[in-house]
Design a protein around this ligand. Structure first.
Ligand code: NI
Length: 188
């Protein structure tokens, strides 16, 4: 099922999400819906708060990005960053902040402890695009958006766009929920 995406000023995006205690049928269904919603919106990562569930759960699939075609989709539950290394700058966007992009500096690679879709504990090292998307999505679980991490100068440049999103003016090619009203708009 395609779920509407919560937009910028929504409270659910600012909460610290709670850990999962296990994976039941409802979570399996939510994970499927998150993959469907992410792909429908041409996204490469999606965190549960973005579809209105304040849970420490995210999905990612970067296989549509060139040089990452062989990357498998991932389900990440209750992630803990154990270590980070290096740093780089990349342009980011977010399905919850449509129409806005900006350069964000983050660690280049990380070691992550998490649970997979079967709630099995895993530890993995990630770099490149996967490390980038993981950190962006883990931020969502802590109520942080990529625009919070922009340099002040870059943040000022997008202030108008953010104000428009806050006032409910959303132009997205996928279903969104804004100000408790579900709006579906397609750019012409
Ligand atoms: Ni995002």
């Amino acid at each position: 099922m395609i779920l509407p995406i919560n937009i910028y000023s929504d409270d659910v995006l600012r909460r610290k999400a709670r850990p999962l205690k296990g994976v039941d049928g409802a979570i399996v269904e939510l994970v499927e819906s998150m993959f469907e919603s992410m792909r429908n919106a041409a996204g490469i990562g999606l965190a549960a708060p973005q579809v209105g569930h304040s849970l420490r759960l995210l999905v990612l699939d970067v296989s549509c990005v060139s040089n990452y075609e062989d990357e498998k989709p991932m389900v990440v539950i209750n992630p803990h960053i154990l270590a980070v290394r290096g740093s780089n700058e990349m342009e980011e966007g977010c399905l919850s902040v449509p129409g806005v992009q900006g350069d964000v500096v983050r660690p280049a690679s990380l070691t992550l402890k998490y649970r997979d879709e079967h709630f099995e504990e895993r530890i993995g090292d990630f770099s490149g695009m996967v490390a980038r998307v993981l950190q962006h999505e883990i931020d969502h679980l802590n109520g942080t958006l990529f625009v919070d991490r922009l340099e002040k100068r870059d943040r000022r440049k997008i202030q108008k766009e953010l104000e428009a999103l806050s006032s409910g003016v959303v132009n997205a090619a996928y279903p969104v929920v804004t100000r408790d009203v579900v709006m579906i708009s397609k750019p012409s």
